[in-house]
Design a protein around this ligand. Structure first.
Ligand code: HEC
Length: 378
């Protein structure tokens, strides 16, 4: 198995040609590490599906060896990505932390905790891969993905697995198959939020505007709760509007227009009506950061707007990312027009994150950081 994985990896490495837009960053240096972590994850994946195989003596060596490899490559991914824009830096830091914890807990015999961190590793791969646009799906994972027993993964598991594997097109097919399947319950739609996952994938990663309009228009004809129907209607309207973009603006300028629009259509704090605008805005902002020549002021504002977007989109891991965006916006341009608002949101974000049943308990280091940022801004 291992040998064929290595050979397959080498062939793909040699055969694959990647096209990138000029003026944008290439992630070629990520690729060998990505392939290695993926190969290790695929090796242990079937063994993680139930607790007894995960802790069985027969599998311990395979699992431990691969968890160690994932941890080592994650450290290298973190080293590479920490020089990149802040979103990537943050995600890769999370990846390394989760991978190290998984390997350590497994070595110490804490099966449940190790399993928890393995799942966190999967989630981090998925979040990072769906956090920005991708020009083409991975050729490297195509054959791997075919060999996985997807039936064990539950209704949306297959779609998520395909996204994690950067088989984005197939993942969209899978969501669409589920959405048009008569037997899907409205509880599933409400509980798992697959419509939002699908939107993020189709809009932010693949920029497949027409395809989403088609899917949602079909879906609207089916019987479903009024709330979801309303969301679908405003989303289709927004998707049609975004299609008419005036290309004269920069990505940052256009993103700001979209965010304003999103704010206008949202009627109450947890309203999801503006979601399409925020997801599109986040896509353009991240595209903007990928460019080689961005001034410090522009970068700061882009981070600030990204913070607003991720707070509004509200995906758990990405919402955590938003605090870091706001912090970076402040650090880059503490005297800018938006720095005070960024600080206010950052403070609120921290307080919210550390509030429990016994009140707000900010750790000393967070308190110190807050004071430092405040001093910069005011
Ligand atoms: C910090 C963000 C980030 C994290 C975290 C991350 N990836 Fe990636 N991954 C990328 C990017 C960016 C690319 C695209 C590289 C390119 O341009 O081909 C990529 C590409 C890949 C590829 C395709 C490689 C190829 O040659 O086609 C695989 C497979 C992959 N990642 C697996 C994983 C797995 C498994 C994890 C979790 C253990 C993971 N990645 C975590 C950002 C990330």
């Amino acid at each position: 198995m291992k040998k064929s994985v290595v050979i397959l990896g080498l062939c793909a490495l040699i055969l694959s040609g990647y096209k990138i837009k000029s003026g944008e960053k290439d992630y070629a240096e990520f690729r060998p590490h990505m392939r290695a972590v993926y190969a290790s994850l695929m090796t242990i994946f079937p063994l993680t599906l139930n607790k007894s195989s995960f802790m069985s003596k027969d599998n311990t060596k395979t699992i431990q060896d691969n968890l160690n490899l994932i941890a080592e490559h994650s450290t290298m991914i973190n080293q590479l990505a920490s020089k990149d824009e802040k979103g990537h830096a943050y995600m890769s830091f999370q990846l390394e932390r989760n991978a190290r914890q998984a390997a350590r807990k497994y070595r110490e015999g804490y099966g449940d905790q190790a399993h928890f961190f393995v799942e966190e590793v999967f989630d981090t791969c998925l979040s990072c891969h769906t956090s920005r646009s991708s020009a083409s799906d991975s050729e490297f994972t195509m054959d791997f993905a075919k060999n996985v027993n997807m039936d064990a993964l539950g209704t949306f598991g297959k779609a998520k697995f395909l996204s994690l594997s950067r088989q984005f097109d197939q993942a969209m097919d899978e969501y669409e198959r589920i959405f048009t399947n008569e037997s899907m319950s409205s509880e599933e739609l409400l509980h798992f939020d697959p419509l939002v996952d699908y939107l993020v994938l189709a809009v932010r990663v693949k920029n497949e505007n027409d395809r989403v309009i088609k899917t949602f228009s079909t879906l609207m004809k089916k019987p479903m709760p009024q709330m979801i129907k309303h969301d679908l209607e405003v989303w289709v309207e927004a998707l049609n509007k975004v299609k008419k973009r005036n290309k004269k603006q920069s990505d940052l300028e256009y993103a700001k227009i979209l965010i304003k629009e999103g704010k206008t259509v949202n009627e109450y704090p947890r309203d999801r009506s503006g979601l399409v605008y925020y997801i599109y805005a986040s896509k353009y902002l991240k595209d903007h950061l990928k460019k080689d020549k961005v001034s410090t002021q522009d970068k700061a504002e882009t981070y600030f707007q990204l913070g607003l977007c991720e707070l509004a989109i509200g995906e758990p891991l990405l919402a955590a990312e938003s605090g870091m965006y706001l912090e970076e916006a402040i650090r880059l341009a503490p005297k800018s027009s938006f720095a005070r608002q960024a600080f206010g949101l950052y403070e609120e974000f921290l307080m919210y994150g550390y509030t429990g049943s016994s009140g707000t308990k900010l750790p000393a280091e967070e308190k110190a950081k807050l004071a430092e940022l405040k001093k910069m801004v005011f």
